[in-house]
Design a protein around this ligand. Structure first.
Ligand SMILES: C[S@@+](CC[C@H](N)C(=O)[O-])C[C@H]1O[C@@H](n2cnc3c(N)ncnc32)[C@H](O)[C@@H]1O
Length: 147
């Protein structure tokens, strides 16, 4: 299983995943586990090698401009194996935070995913963040590339 973690942050997910993980972030501040190749840089400017069973982004894509995502995400998604999964977890358009970020819970993003990967499922939920004492409205999108 080969996994690409876009915007891995402190590697909390990457270090716990099983398989071979390529984890990219502008800042790498933590120690990667043995199965993780942590790469410092902008994932939109990276030359990716090989294909992945899972391309994953947890609260990262929304920090990029819509224009950049539209222009550059298709190349990243071309590295998904047939039957591979693209999974995004991010803020729902109904969340207050989304006003300061790029809204991915939107037709332009859903159309991009449909075109580049295939049909997807969407789940949304409200989560209370204890540390900040506020509620977030989040969504998870899962798309499977046709075989
Ligand atoms: C809110 S943190 C989420 C980190 C991690 N995925 C998690 O769930 O804990 C967003 C991360 O995405 C990274 N990021 C955003 N856009 C990026 C880009 N274009 N290239 C590389 N890293 C990016 C930021 O540097 C930051 O570490």
């Amino acid at each position: 299983m080969r996994i690409l973690d876009l915007g891995c942050g402190d590697l909390k997910d990457a270090n716990q995943m099983s398989g071979e993980v390529v984890a990219i972030d502008k800042k790498i501040t933590c120690q990667p586990a043995k199965h993780v190749s942590a790469i410092k840089g902008d994932y939109f400017d990276m030359q990716l090698e090989g294909d992945f069973d899972l391309i994953y982004s947890n609260y990262s894509l929304c920090f990029n401009k819509q224009e950049t995502i539209e222009q550059k995400l298709p190349l990243i998604l071309s590295h998904l194996k047939p039957g591979g999964v693209f999974q995004v977890q991010d803020f729902h358009s109904g969340d207050k935070v989304v006003k300061k970020r790029t809204n991915l819970y939107a037709t332009w993003f859903f159309d991009l995913v449909k075109k580049e990967v295939g049909p997807f499922t969407l789940k949304d939920e409200k989560i209370f963040e204890r540390g900040h004492n506020h509620e977030h409205w989040e969504f998870t999108l899962k798309a499977i590339k046709a075989k």
